[in-house]
Design a protein around this ligand. Sequence first.
Ligand code: SAH
Length: 343
Amino acid sequence: MTDIKSLTLLELQEEMERLGEKKFRAKQVYGWMHEKLADHFDEMTNLSKALRERLSKEYELPALKFIKVQQSGQDGTCKFLFGLPDGHVIESVLMRYHYGNSVCISSQVGCRMGCRFCASTLGGLQRGLRPSEMLDQIYQIQKWSKERVHNVVVMGTGEPLDNYDSLLRFLHLLTCEGGLHISQRNVTVSTCGIVPKMRKLAEEKLQITLALSLHASTQEKRKALMPVANRYELSEVIDACRYYFEQTGRRITFEYSLVGGVNDQEEDARELIRLIQPLNCHVNLIPVNPIKERDYVQSGRQTIVNFKNKLEKSGIVVSIRRELGRDIDGACGQLRRSYIESH
Ligand code: SAH
């Protein structure tokens, strides 16, 4: 059965015509799903009962199942576990900032990228999420919190560019009129650096922010932390970032997780400056969130500050990511993993 929530408005119009329905019905159904966030055809009360029945026979209207919400006592961050129709579980996070609510969504069930410090990748990849399953994380969180979602970051479990077609459809449905209509500028997609897909994304000329998980300033060190670096040279990754900026005018965000004694030394900062200074970019330093399966440790507070200062002195814009939700398995993939382990 076709997943009706992953269809664009144009496709839905074609479907309505196929069913012998008036074209304007498509807009109504679309509005119910993407604006009013209906989970069932029964809720679509301005459609005839006969049409609602027909739709439920012909299409799937997938909705995520709430399994669990964990609320941080420290900062209002909430972590959600959702169930998918095939029994898999995924996690999403709601972060409350002074400038509005941000939701961090997963793009895949598991991940096959193998980054050494990341919990999401430990069980490998199960499958990519459908566009509707990416959207529904945001819809369910907005309904649950009764607060509007302003920003979306695709930084949860999975590698979004490893699920490219679904990602693009998701971005369209999220940002176009008739749905939540979130501005493209308020959407960030984070990648470990799949070069051909970064270039392809650049050519879509969207206004979304591309965040590149850099984590090291030499090819050698990057390889030790991120297996994807065996496929793409650091210079190619940086070129693709430059290309993204040229095509879209959007400043790149570099994510750099500081791992104690591994990539947080003065020489690392020096190399990093050399590497990215020519680019229009912003650096987000993330103190690594230790996971129990690996023995990586966080850098000391002073080391982090020194690293930041060094970058700033060379004119690079830097922020240190506030660690939200440390008390609720905040790191990528931790909550999902502890759930799977205990069931
Ligand atoms: N696959 C994408 C998006 C998901 S990960 C990517 O690699 O960018 C989101 C970010 O969190 C990435 O920068 C990732 O490297 C980082 N990350 C994952 N686990 C982490 C941990 N334990 N501590 C700090 N950062 C982590």
